[in-house]
Each structure stands twice: as structure tokens, then as C-alpha cells.
Design a protein around this ligand. Sequence first.
Ligand SMILES: Cc1ncc(C[n+]2csc(CCOP(=O)(O)OP(=O)(O)O)c2C)c(N)n1
Ligand SMILES: [Mg+2]
Length: 325
Amino acid sequence: MSTHLSADQLLHAYRVMRTIRAFEERLHVEFATGEIPGFVHLYAGEEASAAGVMAHLTDEDCIASTHRGHGHCIAKGVDVHGMMAEIYGKKTGVCQGKGGSMHIADLEKGMLGANGIVGAGAPLAAGAALAAKLKGSRGVAVAFFGDGGSNEGAVFEAMNLASVWNLPCIFVAENNGYAEATASNWSVACDHIADRAAGFGMPGVTVDGFDFFAVHEAAGAAIERARAGEGPSLIEVKLTRYYGHFEGDAQTYRDPDEVKHYREQRDCLMQFRERTTRAGLLDAAQLDRIDSEVEAQIDDAVRCAKTDPKPQPADLLTDVYVTYP
Ligand SMILES: Cc1ncc(C[n+]2csc(CCOP(=O)(O)OP(=O)(O)O)c2C)c(N)n1
Ligand SMILES: [Mg+2]
């Protein structure tokens, strides 16, 4: 366990994971009421990946996310009220209600965007990494994609260019075992997605995505390497999603006991709490306090999102095109 983390850093990591969990579990309930427009893909179960990677990044570093992007946004520091409003399609949303769940972006936080196109974040991250390298900023870029995304040509091309140009880019394959209804042990032609790194001349490692500390350590090594000018890396994070592919997915392709097992035996929040309190690094009371603060924050975000104004017809053509001076 990375015991070099301070109590404040540990509490922050727990708050990030708890916020993602509470945000997603509440969306699961609210989506069922029919009030939320569009598609919603929940990240619950995968929290340790976002928290473990983002713990090493600042607002100067960029990430490119996926269709399952809420957790990445929260861990990158995007405002939770603004995200909730965005998902409800409200004017107060981080993209003024024009993006919705799958297009949340916040460039000031280095969040280049969730993305409805599988694998499309990887070239964006490579581009951001190239910009950081040319500016000499020591910034890095992280591309998140799934096991399904790992089969996309755009990901291979981005990995190849990142190596050829020695870019400060980290590729994070979140292997949750499925791409929609297709199991990754059928669709991915190798045992470990991390093994694909060798084909692009970069290091690759597989980590337990239920273990915040394992992700944190692997991400720390890859990000340090990138900042030192030593080029890109691939991290495969093995985890599971607690809900369907999208809200409304009947999940007939999956044994219901599968999720029960992960929730009861492997859950990242449960493990984090057990390990940090057993080692005397944190008190249970501190974690309980975070739980209730987060619940109140999410309640308030939903309450505001429901009553906030919608964009008006006059807003239709604003923030759509970029104008250059
Ligand atoms: C290029 C492209 N192909 C197919 C789709 C349809 N699609 C949306 S999500 C998804 C599955 C992605 O699976 P994975 O990358 O493992 O991510 P996960 O949903 O498991 O987080 C597919 C096939 C798409 N959006 N874009
Ligand atoms: Mg997947």
C-alpha cells in the first residue's frame, strides 16, 4: 500500500471515490423517473481507476474520457453541480446544457471531454501530449478507453504516434469485462490488453482496479516517466461496472451474481476504508463525515438541476462554433 500518502491525500481520494459512487447511484434512481434526457452510462464500481490516476494530475494536465465519463470528470475536479445540471440539459450545466452526459467537457480543468465515439479520446490525448511537449510544460495527457475501445484502430494509431514522437501520454484501458453485451475475453485477442504495449514499444502493466493503491502506484510510475521525457505507457485496469452498459440495459448477458460478488467482496470503497482504518491512517469517523457531506452535496446538486432553467431558443447558436480573433 502507498503509505507515503498523507492523511489529506487519502481523505481526498476517498471523497473523490465516494462522490462518484453517490453521483452515479443517485443518477440510477433519477434516470428511472424519465426526467433525464439522452443516454446515461454509469461508472459506479470503477471509481478507484479515476481516483488513482487523477491523484497525480493538476489542472495543467489533460485527460480524454469516454461515454462512461462522469467518474473521470469528478476526479479531474469538474464542478458536481455543473455536471448534474449538464446531465439534466440545463443552462447552468458545464456546457450550458448542450452536451449532456456524453459530452461533458471543462477545458479549464484539463477535461477535454467525454466522448460518444469509442476510442476517439486516444488521438485527442496524444494531441494534447504533443502540445505539452512542444511547449515544454512538463504536462501530461491521459487517454481513458475501455476493453472495447482497446480494439479500435484510432487507439493503435495514437499509441504508435505517442511512441514514435516520445509523447508524455498515458493510455489507460479500463477493462470492465464487457463492451456493451460482448465479453472482453471473447472480443480481445490477447490475454491482457497491457501486452499490446510491447507492439508499440512502450511499457504495459495490468493492475487490480478495485484497489486504489495499486492503480495509484502504477499511474504514478507512468506519469513520472512521462514527465521525465521518457515517453508513453499503457496501464490496463481490471474492474467491473455495477450497472448495465447504459441505464435501461436488461443485462441478459450477465449473471446477476457476478455484480453481487464484486460489490460484496471487492468493492473499492470498502477495501479503501478497511485498509486505511486497519493501518491507523484514517479514522472511520472521518470517512463517515465525508459520506454524509457527499450525500448532502449530491442532494443539493439534483435539487438545483431539476429547477434550473433550460437553454432558450436564443441560446441555440451560442457556444457551438469557435471563433478565432
Ligand atoms: C466507433 C464506435 N463504435 C461503436 C460504438 C457503439 N458503442 C458505444 S459504447 C460501446 C461499447 C464500448 O465498450 P468499452 O470500450 O469496453 O467501454 P465500456 O462501455 O465497457 O465502459 C459501443 C460498441 C460507438 N459509440 N463508437
Ligand atoms: Mg468495457
